[in-house]
Design a protein around this ligand. Structure first.
Ligand SMILES: [Zn+2]
Length: 476
C-alpha cells in the first residue's frame, strides 16, 4: 500500500492561487512548482460545494449531494451538510452503493464525512460529541503550552489587527453579518486556531503512520465568504497555510508519504441578493404568489397565519433549490406549475437570476429572461453566454446529473451577475460558490508522482479513482 497525504485548501480558486504565487505570497508552494510539481486547473463540478467534493473523494459518489442544503422529499426532511444527522444519512447512501473506498482507510481531519475508519476528526462532529471535543482540546492544549506557538498565534493575530485597521472602513459597510472589527478579530482568531488544529492532528496522523490522511484547511473558505476571495484578510491566511504546508511536507518525508494539494471548488466575488434588492429571493417569490407560505433556508415567510409550508427554498451560495412541500416525488414543470402558474417564466424574469431549470417529460427545460430553451448541449452556449467553452460539455453533464439526483429539487435557480465582476448570492456572502460562473468551479490540483488526467475530471470526486488506484496498486 502506498501512503498518501491529501491536503485541501478549501475554496481556493485556481486564478487566486496563481496570483498569490506570482506575488510570492506562497513561497513554499511556488518552490514545489519550481521543483517540477504539476499545477493544473480542474473543474470542480456542480454543486461547487465542499460536501459534494468530500463525499466524492472518500467514496467516488458524485451524484448524491445536490447542494450544501437540500430537501429529502420522500422523508420530508431538510438535509444540511452542517448537521450531523444529515451527514450520516448521506454517508449511509454512499456506503450502501460504493464498496472498496478510500473512506474505509482514511484518517480525515476537518472533512465533512468521516467514513468507517473511526479515526476521523470531522468538521461537523466538532461541537457535538464529547469524544470529539476532547480530541480537539488535546492538540490545542499541547499547542498553547509551547511558548513559540503561542507567540506565533498572537503575532499573526496582531497582523490581522493591523489589516483590519487598514481595511476597516471598506469592510464594515458591506455585510451586516460580518459586523464590527472586534467580531472580525474573533473570527480571524478562530480561523487561525482551526488551521493550527488541522496541522497538529495531521502531524499526529503522520506520526501514527496512517495509510491515507485527508486534511481540509477550511479557514480560507470562511474568510472568502465574509470578505471576498481576494481580500487582504483572506490572502494573508493563504500565506499562513503555505507555512503549514512546508512543515507537513518536511514531516511526511521521513514516513514516505506522497503528497497531493488541491482545492474542492473556487469562490467568486458576490453580493447578497437580499442586501442588493432589499428583499430575499423567497420574498420576491412570495410577491409573485402572495398566498404561498415559504420556508426559506432557516425561517418561514408567510402572509397569513397559514402554518402549512408550500415551498422549501434551500441555498448553496448562488444556487437555489426549490421544492414543492406537498408532494413526495420530483415534479415536472407541468405538475409544479399547476400550483404555481408560469413559475419558471416569472422567476427567470426576476433581476439577479440567470437561469431557471425544470423537468419536462424526459428532458429538461431552461428559462432565461422569461424565454424557454430545451436544455441540451447545443443550446447551452446560447443560454450561458458567459460560459467558458472548455467547460461546456462538463457543465451540461453536471446539470443533468444534478437534475436526476436523489435529492433533486423541482426547480433549480442559478444566480446571475449584478455587474461585470459580481454575482448575486442567495446567502449573506461576499464570496460565493455552489453554482457556476466566475471562479466558483475553478479548482486547482498540485501533484508530484500521482498521475491524474485533469481534463478528464468532470467533478472533483472523480479524483477518488486515481487516488484509490495509487494507494492500492503501488503505481508510481
Ligand atoms: Zn469548500
Amino acid at each position: 500500500m502506498n501512503k498518501l497525504l491529501i491536503i485541501q485548501i478549501d475554496a481556493l480558486a485556481y486564478p487566486v492561487l496563481q496570483k498569490a504565487l506570482t506575488q510570492n505570497l506562497m513561497p513554499f508552494t511556488k518552490s514545489l512548482i519550481d521543483k517540477g510539481w504539476k499545477l493544473e486547473e480542474i473543474f470542480s463540478g456542480l454543486p461547487s460545494t465542499t460536501p459534494a467534493a468530500h463525499l466524492g473523494i472518500l467514496y467516488g459518489a458524485t451524484d448524491v449531494v445536490t447542494g450544501f442544503r437540500s430537501y429529502d422529499k420522500h422523508a420530508r426532511e431538510i438535509i444540511d451538510a452542517s448537521d450531523l444527522k444529515s451527514i450520516l444519512k448521506i454517508e449511509e447512501i454512499a456506503q450502501k452503493r460504493f464498496h472498496k473506498v478510500l473512506a474505509d482507510i482514511c484518517f480525515s481531519v476537518c472533512v465533512i464525512f468521516s467514513g468507517k475508519s473511526k479515526k476521523s476528526f470531522s468538521h461537523a462532529n466538532r461541537p457535538k460529541t464529547l469524544r470529539d471535543s476532547t480530541a480537539f482540546s488535546k492538540p490545542l492544549l499541547a499547542y498553547f503550552t509551547q511558548p513559540i506557538s503561542t507567540l506565533l498565534f498572537f503575532s499573526r493575530l496582531l497582523v490581522y489587527l493591523l489589516l483590519i485597521r487598514l481595511e476597516d472602513k471598506k469592510l464594515t459597510s458591506e455585510l451586516p453579518s460580518v459586523g464590527t472589527a472586534k467580531g472580525m478579530l474573533k473570527r480571524l482568531g478562530e480561523e487561525l486556531l482551526a488551521a493550527e488544529f488541522a496541522y497538529y492532528v495531521t502531524r499526529q496522523g503522520i506520526e501514527q503512520q496512517e495509510n491515507v490522511i485527508f486534511t481540509d484547511f477550511i479557514g480560507y473558505d470562511e474568510l472568502a465568504h465574509n470578505y471576498g476571495p481576494e481580500h487582504p484578510l483572506a490572502i494573508y491566511y493563504l500565506s499562513i497555510i503555505d507555512l503549514y504546508l512546508k512543515r507537513l511536507y518536511r514531516q511526511r518525508l521521513t514516513k514516505n508519504y506522497e503528497l497531493m494539494i488541491f482545492s474542492d471548488h473556487g469562490s467568486t466575488l458576490s453580493m447578497p441578493y437580499g442586501l442588493y434588492f432589499h428583499e430575499t429571493l423567497g420574498q420576491s417569490i412570495q410577491k409573485l404568489y402572495p398566498q404561498t407560505t415559504i420556508f426559506e433556508q432557516k425561517k418561514i415567510i408567510e402572509n397569513s397565519p397559514n402554518t402549512t409550508i408550500d415551498l422549501f427554498l434551500l441555498y448553496s451560495g448562488g444556487l437555489a433549490l426549490i421544492y414543492d412541500a406537498h408532494s413526495g416525488v420530483h415534479l415536472s414543470q407541468k405538475q409544479f406549475e399547476s400550483r404555481f402558474p408560469k413559475f419558471a417564466e416569472k422567476v427567470s424574469k426576476l433581476p439577479g437570476i440567470d437561469l431557471v431549470v425544470m423537468r419536462k417529460n424526459l428532458d429538461f427545460i431552461a428559462y432565461k429572461n422569461g424565454w424557454a430553451h430545451v436544455l441540451n448541449l447545443q443550446n447551452l452556449s446560447l443560454i450561458l453566454a458567459t460560459l467558458d467553452e472548455r467547460y461546456r460539455a462538463k457543465v451540461y453533464g453536471q446539470l443533468i446529473k444534478l437534475l436526476n439526483s436523489e435529492f433533486a429539487a423541482d426547480v433549480f435557480v442559478f444566480a446571475g451577475k449584478l455587474d461585470p465582476n459580481t454575482y448575486a448570492c442567495f446567502e449573506d456572502q461576499i464570496g460565493a460558490h455552489g453554482s457556476f460562473g466566475g471562479m466558483q468551479t475553478q479548482s486547482f490540483l498540485l501533484t508530484n508522482k500521482i498521475k491524474i488526467a485533469a481534463d478528464k475530471i468532470d467533478q472533483i470526486g472523480d479524483l477518488h479513482h486515481y487516488l484509490y488506484a495509487y494507494v492500492f496498486s503501488g503505481s508510481k
